[in-house]
Every structure is written in C-alpha cells, then in structure tokens.
Design a protein around this ligand. Structure first.
Ligand code: MLT
Length: 244
C-alpha cells in the first residue's frame, strides 16, 4: 500500500481521482459534521459545491425528510435548517433525514473527488475506524485535505498524519510519499494536544471569534465513533463493514 497526501484540493483535478481510493479530511468542521450526522442516524448526506445547487435540490424535496444545512463564512446560511456545528446534528434532529450540505471547503473537496472508486470521509472522531477500513480495502490511498480556500491548513494535515499513524500501526510495509511523511511529522508534533493546535490555527481562531469555540472541543474528540461514511451515487452513506 502507498499513501499520498494532497495538502490542498488544488493539487489535483477531478480526473486525477478516477478509480482511486480517496479519504477527504476537513476537521473544522465539514467532515466532523458528516461523520457525526451519519453516526446519529441520518439517512444520507448530499454534499454540494454551491449554495444555488443546495437550494435547487431542496426545492424538489417536499416530503419533510430533508434538511438544508451548511455555512458561509462559518455561519448558518439564511433559510437553512442547520449551520455547520457538529453538536447540532443530534439523533432527534437528523435521524432518517437526507442532509443537503454545502460548506466552503469540505463539501467542495468531496465533489472534486467524486470519480474515486472508494471515497471516504475522515476526521479525528472516526480515525481508527477509517484506518481499519483502509487496511481491509488494501489499495493505495490519496488523503485529500480540504484546506482553506485552496490554501494549506495545519489541522487537516495533522489529522492526515494521525490517520497514517493509525494505518502503519496496523499494517507493515506501507510506502509514504514526501507529503505523507511531512503530515506524520506535523501530527507527531501535536500528538498530545491537537485540541490546542486547533484553537491556535487560523480557522480555529476564526471559529472562536465567531462564537464557535465549543465546536473545536467537539472536533478534537478522537476515535469516539465507528462510522465510516462512503460516497456512492452522489450521496454519503454509512459504509457496510468489510470482513477482515
Ligand atoms: C469548510 O468546509 O470550509 C468548513 O467546514 C468551514 C466551517 O464550517 O468552519
């Protein structure tokens, strides 16, 4: 198995992902939200690349079974049901619902990687389960960091490195690209306090400024859920477990 990390979505175009196994990471906060919502019983997440498209899809859904969710500049979008705070995606709110989700970087990164053969989402909250899943698939892996408006961000890179550590602790002989090795080095630097790293990173500071400090604590919880979201036919669903 070879693992590479794309430090920004701009490192690759849509066709690059064709047939690949890809893991999208947007710790603050899109993939934490996706993992949490599916873990709490959401039927599916429909990740979209624009607010217009999100509105269009929701306009066709009149059955009360959909929620229109996401953020612009970290805040809930006018007319939407939920913003992008993971702790709002509670069981009583999301169970059985289709969640149409737009976020600035995270859902766009997922849409960009849509031609992948296997497309998963990862955050600190489902690290161990995603690692186990990847070891079972046993294919080369592209870890796609959603970053921030095309730029590098430390929290996604650090989570990528931690995911790689989880994989290499389960499997021998994994080959790492330079970007993958660098991600591991960054992750090891923050191994004992990635919550503090996230409070002090650029997006973390913005979230605190905008009143979302509690979200950072939530996004820092590690391997506390077992859900592995898997993209198929335009939606993310809970992946069925793969036999060992
Ligand atoms: C994003 O997709 O850029 C993020 O999830 C933004 C956020 O909600 O903090």
């Amino acid at each position: 198995m070879k693992i590479n990390v794309l430090l920004s979505p701009l490192n690759a175009d849509e066709l690059f992902f064709t047939g690949k196994t890809t893991v999208v990471i947007d710790v603050l906060r899109a993939t934490t939200v996706i993992n949490t919502a599916l873990n709490n019983g959401a039927k599916e997440i429909i990740p979209v690349g624009s607010i217009d498209f999100a509105m269009k899809i929701s306009g066709n859904a009149h059955d009360g079974q959909s929620l229109l969710c996401g953020e612009r500049n970290t805040k809930i979008i006018e007319g939407f049901n939920l913003g992008n705070s993971p702790q709002d995606y509670k069981k009583e709110v999301v169970e059985g619902k289709s969640i149409i989700l737009f976020t600035t970087n995270g859902t766009k990164a997922i849409v960009r990687a849509k031609f992948s053969e296997n497309l998963l989402t990862c955050s600190f909250n489902n690290l161990a389960s995603v690692a186990e899943h990847l070891v079972k698939i046993n294919e080369d892996v592209q870890v796609l960091c959603a970053g921030s408006n095309g730029m590098y961000c430390i929290e996604d890179t650090s989570c990528a490195g931690k995911l790689i550590n989880e994989i290499t602790s389960r499997k021998e002989g994994v080959e790492l690209s330079d970007a993958a090795r660098s991600s591991v080095a960054i992750s090891n630097e923050f191994a004992f306090n990635h919550e503090d790293m996230m409070r002090n990173c650029e997006h973390g500071k913005l979230l605190i400024e905008n009143g979302f400090e509690e979200d950072i604590r939530f996004c820092a919880e590690t391997s506390n859920i077992n859900t592995v979201p898997f993209f198929t036919n335009g939606v993310l669903k809970v992946s069925p477990s793969i036999p060992a």
